[in-house]
Design a protein around this ligand. Structure first.
Ligand SMILES: NC(=O)c1ccc[n+]([C@@H]2O[C@H](COP(=O)([O-])OP(=O)(O)OC[C@H]3O[C@@H](n4cnc5c(N)ncnc54)[C@H](O)[C@@H]3O)[C@@H](O)[C@H]2O)c1
Length: 427
């Protein structure tokens, strides 16, 4: 049976390489549609958990996963030789930065090396990991194609960036349009057909470079706008204006303005990282991506700015950071999630500790981080702290109670909006 036929009949065997925040929801969605899905994961604990029907990703429902595993629709393995049997393969491995802030595509290369061993006629390979323009064609294609084994004829290769927004209930994998582009037109066609089985709208673009660039534009748009609004917060601070009031009022304009909000800095695996893939690529072309670098610079200074605010507020109360008990509320990088990757709260805690602060934290989603354990948020833990700092606006917190019991609240997220108290100091 041809690949097209297998896809339409949901008989194609699909593999997802890398079962993290992106890969696991994708694997689940394909298996929910009736495909047989095998996830390949190097982390043995994750393999075990999936095969036992246990979810470790908040957006993937335990009951749903369990049912799919029970019915044999979804399984996980660390053995790449299963690729021999697979009709389509999605690569969802991490793409972090090196210490030097250069792209680290070694995870993609490791996955492709394994794929190359088992590549066979009619197989489709799709890269979903965020990366710089040119990766699919310049790096992956030469590792898979040969004079005797042609792309678009003997096998198919495409790039389709993942757009998942962890914790977003309104826009999920299914109702977020998916960008697709193959090395050849046939590659684009077959990849679009595959994703149309699980996603409402597929948007083909002309080249894999263009598809790679789309994702980087989206994330650059966010890093730059967050950088801008963080600078507006610094400006409002100098002018002694309420940043949040200014933004909310500007947001009443029904056209030509989109609100972004300041905070203690950028977090997560994508926004602080991905745009640097683009600026790195451009440096090689003698082009300096100024907006990205500038936004990165402003955003990375926000933890220090917040610590400055804490310092000033304690000083006002004849106290110093040194020796003060400081309770951090929220260490996840985003509200209602447990993900702490690149979380600015961790930078804030580090800076406070360096200044001699006695730092504790409470986060209902993160029981422990960097050797610290989350403490219970009680009236007495609030009263015992010299200062309470809201770094992540989890919706489970009772902000009224926090303000009532705390001696001083530094709110970097406007989580206490609507609560009037002299104890609150906002970013
Ligand atoms: N998390 C997001 O919100 C998000 C959104 C859009 C795009 N992305 C992009 O998607 C990609 C994956 O991100 P993520 O957040 O899912 O990362 P993740 O770290 O949660 O998951 C990646 C998984 O891949 C596994 N892995 C690493 N090397 C492997 C290999 N050679 N073979 C098999 N498995 C391997 C890891 O053990 C891990 O479980 C990145 O490029 C990221 O930029 C992430």
């Amino acid at each position: 049976m041809e690949l097209k036929e297998k896809i339409v009949q949901h008989k194609a065997k699909i593999s997802v390489i890398g079962l993290g925040y992106v890969g696991l929801p994708l694997a689940v969605e394909f298996s929910k549609a009736g495909f047989d899905v095998t996830g390949i994961e190097v982390d043995k604990d994750k393999v075990k958990m999936i095969n036992q029907g246990n979810s470790y990703i908040q957006d993937v429902k335990q009951s749903e996963l369990r049912e799919l595993v029970r019915r044999g629709k979804l399984k996980a393995t660390g053995d790449f030789s299963v690729l021999k049997e697979m009709d389509a393969v999605s690569i969802c491995v991490p793409t972090p930065l090196r210490k030097t802030r250069d792209p680290d595509i070694s995870y993609i290369l490791a996955a492709v090396e394994e794929i190359a061993k088992y590549l066979h006629n009619g197989q489709l390979i799709v890269l979903e990991s965020t990366t710089y323009p040119g990766t699919t064609r310049e790096i992956i294609l030469p590792k898979l194609a040969s004079k005797k084994f042609l792309v678009g004829k003997d096998f198919y290769l495409a790039f389709s960036p993942e757009r998942i927004d962890p914790g977003n209930r309104e826009y999920t994998l299914k109702n977020t349009p998916k960008i697709v582009s193959g090395i050849t037109r046939k590659c684009t066609g077959i990849t679009s057909l595959l994703y149309k089985q699980i996603i409402d709208e597929v948007v083909p673009v002309s080249t894999t470079e263009s598809a790679e660039m789309v994702k980087l534009l989206e994330n650059t748009f966010r890093i730059v706008n967050v950088g801008l609004v963080n600078e507006i917060a610094l400006i409002c601070d100098r002018l002694k204006l309420d940043t949040w009031e200014v933004i909310d009022a500007a947001a009443t304009k029904p056209f030509g303005f989109m609100p972004f909000y300041p905070g203690p800095g950028l977090g997560g695996h994508c926004i602080p990282v991905d745009p640097h893939y683009l600026s790195w690529k451009l440096k090689a072309l003698n082009f300096y991506a100024r907006f990205i670098e500038l936004a990165g610079e402003i955003n990375s200074k926000m933890p220090e700015f917040l610590v400055g605010k804490i310092d000033a507020a304690l000083n006002e109360r004849k106290k110093s950071i040194k020796g003060s008990k400081i309770l951090i509320l929220g260490v996840a990088y985003k509200s209602n999630l447990s993900d702490t990757r690149e979380s600015p709260a961790l930078d804030v805690m580090r800076l406070l500790r360096e200044k001699g602060g006695r730092v504790v934290y409470s986060d209902p989603h993160v029981p422990q981080v960097e050797g610290l354990k989350s403490i219970r948020l009680t009236k007495s833990s609030l009263r015992n702290a010299d200062c309470v700092v809201i770094t992540t606006a989890h919706s489970g917190y009772d902000y009224k109670e926090i303000v009532e019991n705390a001696r001083l609240v530094i709110d970097s997220r406007n989580a206490t909006k609507g609560i009037k108290s002299k104890k609150i100091i906002k970013l």
